[in-house]
Design a protein around this ligand. Structure first.
Ligand SMILES: NC(=O)c1ccc[n+]([C@@H]2O[C@H](COP(=O)([O-])OP(=O)(O)OC[C@H]3O[C@@H](n4cnc5c(N)ncnc54)[C@H](O)[C@@H]3O)[C@@H](O)[C@H]2O)c1
Length: 329
């Protein structure tokens, strides 16, 4: 009888996979995508409640990797404050490419969190100035924290982290968690979006995705040379930040444009097809040059190749370590 490996969130966490390993997988997935070796349909979603989504994210990565799977991921912005639950939850299914059978089913919370931070860091590796020393984080929940853990790997000269959250209590819990991990960094708590953006070489926004985006970051508050990374779709950056700079980059052209065409996000002034300089696949594969000066805007919706690459690493490590529960199908 066919069997699959079940991996709980604790199982996945216990494997001790490092940010460096996740970043390597994310980068490799982007490279293969840029070389045309990845099948990555745009993610469809359902929206059972206002400001909430549940997305299906299938992907096959060809080349030497040959791995396929699907993530079913929910985003519920009120979960952390009202229910003590994460914003993002879900499951990942890993398939055997030869037979199509399910090899593993695993919790996707850790995957989503870590690969998203890793994607920002790979973006910074190709688009940040080599001297970048000041990072601004807007939205200090799960993504704000993992983005710092990732960005320290990508910005060798990082010295200062500027922090802004709508809810000041979030700053305290962010500092309690992150300062011990990175005691050499200087932390500056800011009381406005304008203040957090000042002097920043890299600005990353990790606020809730809303049906009616607030777009709180104005281009006039940013340095001339700055890398802006949106983790939160079109919620935080003014359209002018995304269109009026040196370049606009997304994680996958097809998914970005499909989502725009289907009328849910990236309307009202956000870049259209002709304004996309490149997607990260093209840059990592060497088809488009990295750009490190001027205002560079990057919008990373999250792509399924990141999930498959990360799940593949988790599966291999779990098998090696004998972690998880084998269940009959
Ligand atoms: N692009 C991707 O691949 C990807 C993957 C995972 C999550 N996300 C998105 O990242 C965002 C953050 O997710 P999370 O898990 O960190 O959520 P979270 O709830 O843990 O954190 C969100 C933080 O934003 C703060 N916030 C709310 N409104 C704000 C405002 N107007 N200004 C500043 N701060 C504000 C909240 O207080 C909270 O600290 C969500 O939009 C989520 O959908 C994107």
């Amino acid at each position: 009888m066919a069997e699959a490996l079940w991996l709980s969130q604790d199982n996945v966490q216990s494997l001790g996979i490092t940010m460096g390993e996740v970043m390597a997988g994310v980068e490799e997935g982007w490279r293969l995508k840029g070389e045309g070796l990845v099948e990555l349909p745009a993610k469809p979603g359902v929206h059972p409640r206002r400001d909430c989504y549940i997305h299906a994210m299938p992907c096959w990565i060809g080349g030497d990797i040959d791995a396929a799977g699907l993530k079913w991921v929910a985003g519920y912005p009120d979960n952390p404050a009202q229910r003590g639950l994460p914003y993002n939850t879900g499951l990942f299914i890993l398939n055997d490419c030869e037979t199509g059978l399910v090899k593993a089913v695993m919790d996707a919370n850790w995957i989503t969190t870590w690969r998203t931070g890793a994607a920002s860091a790979i973006g910074a590796r190709y688009l940040a100035s080599p001297e970048a020393s000041v990072l601004a984080l807007i939205g200090l929940g799960t993504q704000g924290r993992i983005n710092l853990r990732a960005l320290v790997e990508a910005l060798p000269n990082l010295k200062e982290v500027r922090l802004y959250d709508l809810f000041p209590a979030q700053v305290g819990s962010f500092l309690a968690e992150m300062e011990p991990l990175f005691p050499a960094l200087a932390y500056r708590t800011c009381s406005s979006v304008e203040e957090v953006c000042a002097e920043a070489d890299v600005v990353i926004t990790c606020t809730p995705i809303l049906a009616e985006p607030k777009r709180i970051v104005r281009s006039s508050w940013l340095k001339e040379d700055v890398l802006c990374i949106a983790v939160d779709y079109d919620s935080a950056f003014d359209a002018d930040v995304m269109t009026g700079g040196e370049i606009f980059v997304c994680d996958d052209r097809n998914q970005y444009l499909w989502t725009q065409d289907h009328g849910v996000y990236f309307q009202a002034g956000y870049p259209r097809e002709k304004e996309i300089y490149a997607d990260m696949g093209e840059i990592v594969a060497g088809r488009k040059a990295p750009v490190r000066r001027g205002r560079r805007a990057a919008l990373f919706m999250g792509i399924a190749s990141h999930d498959v690459m990360t799940a593949r690493t988790i599966y291999a490590r779990a098998r090696q370590a004998g972690v998880g529960t084998v269940v009959p199908l």
